[in-house]
Ligand binder design. Structure first.
Ligand SMILES: C[S@@+](CC[C@H](N)C(=O)[O-])C[C@H]1O[C@@H](n2cnc3c(N)ncnc32)[C@H](O)[C@@H]1O
Length: 431
């Protein structure tokens, strides 16, 4: 059982506060024991005076060493500890943080907390019996009771058994160097304000991602010091950091991107974009699109059929993609896997981003627009294939929720690799 003894001039008040709610129940269940001690009970004078004038003069009074010592000695005797870890709550101490609370909960099973009053306590008691001094923050209170209660509460809630499980406190502000994400409860709409959509999906992974993103954004805005010190703690953080970076870059675009059906006049600009993508793939030693495909004829036919779309920025073509709702014959059979979707699906083909718009999140916007169009057309699934060496496309698909299903075989020009990785994503249809 974790034990905390508090030396104070207000033992009844402090005891009452710490017997409420979670800490009260934890004491009843004997996970923790909190005892408060009236320092005045350890004075030898009739007036129960515990303070006197400060040596050297000046205002106020100082708590004398002996009543403090007698009280502390009594705690040692009744608890059976020879030298319990003793903390003086003082504005001159190290600032108390969650890290300190974790340390105190982990490294000790008995603490003595000393609450000062007036001008403080005689230094000789501190020198002889105090192991450390902790401050609640850079301000001065009239007494150490509030800091002692704060330390007791923060430490005790991490004692095993006090909260249902460690996740209750590990997921909270400060434990991992971040502030917590915003919380919502019922009803779904209150005073016209809706609970964020991401929390209503029921998809654990996307809820977790939304929460981490909000926690990072909140920390960055409110506590730049904590944000600067924070280091990625794994895959989830890396994904969210990358997403934030993309969004930040996209925010650099002063106007929103516009998605519209491509028209014949767009063909030269679109062929420029395709040409730039062909060059990039070639430089990366990816043999996709290296045999003259897709040429003007193919793209012209996409546009004429009404399947070609452009994303424009300030009237300039930033990206091109094809969205088709016709079944793709080479998707009929995956060589080594299985599609999950049933029913009509949309396919994104021949997508490329203009060189000048790389790194601005345009490719993510392109996928989102394609999905929006497909959803509007009543399609329930998206399918996309890409070259196995085209890692940029694979990571674009994965971070946008596409899942790898297996290989398909396409018909590239003689001597080129026909295998393509096939990805799929369920989209909720609007029809
Ligand atoms: C008025 S204060 C004494 C302040 C002291 N003369 C000084 O200037 O540092 C009286 C008592 O309140 C408690 N106290 C006040 N501010 C505190 C803080 N920020 N953190 C922890 N304890 C505090 C200490 O126990 C202290 O002895």
């Amino acid at each position: 059982m974790y034990r905390i003894d508090i030396m104070t001039l207000f033992d009844l008040t402090v005891g009452d506060v710490l017997s409420e709610s979670i800490l009260g129940r934890a004491q009843e269940r004997r996970y923790i024991k909190i005892e408060t001690h009236q320092i005045r009970d350890y004075t030898l004078n009739k007036q129960k005076q515990v303070d006197d004038y400060p040596y050297g003069g000046g205002r106020g009074a100082v708590m004398q060493a002996d009543p403090l010592y007698q009280c502390w000695k009594h705690i040692c005797e009744v608890s059976g500890s020879e030298r319990p870890h003793t903390i003086y709550l003082s504005p001159c101490g190290r600032t108390f943080t969650q890290k300190e609370a974790v340390r105190l909960a982990r490294d000790y099973d008995h603490l003595v907390l000393v609450c000062g009053h007036y001008e403080g306590i005689d230094q000789r008691f501190i020198d002889a019996y105090v192991d450390e001094e902790l401050s609640l923050g850079d301000f001065v209170l009239t007494g150490g009771e509030i800091p002692a209660m704060a330390v007791t509460d923060a430490v005790c809630r991490m004692v095993p058994g006090v909260l249902p499980d460690p996740e209750c406190y590990e997921d909270e502000s400060h434990f991992n160097g971040l502030l917590e994400y915003p919380q919502y409860s019922r009803p779904e709409v209150w005073q016209g304000m809706r609970v964020p959509e991401a929390l209503l999906t029921g998809d654990h992974k996307s809820v977790e991602k939304w929460r981490r993103k909000e926690a990072l954004l909140r920390t960055k805005e409110r506590r730049p010091d904590m944000f600067a010190a924070y280091r990625s703690q794994g895959k989830l953080d890396e994904e969210v950091f990358a997403q934030l970076e993309r969004e930040e870059r996209m925010a650099a675009l002063k106007e929103p991107l516009v998605c519209r059906r491509a028209v014949a006049d767009d063909l030269p600009a679109v062929m420029d974009i395709i040409g730039q993508a062909v060059e990039r793939l070639g430089k990366a030693h990816i043999d996709q699109w290296q045999g003259g495909y897709p040429g003007e004829e193919t793209i012209g036919a996409d546009i004429a059929r009404g399947d070609g779309y452009v994303l424009t920025y300030e009237g300039k073509c930033a990206a091109f993609f094809v969205l088709s709702d016709r079944p793709e014959p080479c998707y009929d059979a995956l060589t080594d896997g299985k599609w999950h979707g049933v029913g009509p699906y949309g396919v994104i083909h021949r997508c490329a981003v203009a060189e000048a718009f790389l790194g601005l999140g345009v490719s993510d916007a392109m996928l989102a627009e394609g999905e929006k169009l497909a959803r509007g057309a009543g399609l329930g699934w998206m399918r996309v294939d890409t070259h196995r060496k085209n890692k940029a496309m694979q990571s674009l698909l994965r971070r946008n929720g596409y899942e790898y299903r297996g290989n398909v075989l396409v018909s590239p020009p003689e001597g080129h690799d026909p295998r393509r990785l096939a990805f799929e994503k369920e989209i909720i249809s609007e029809k």
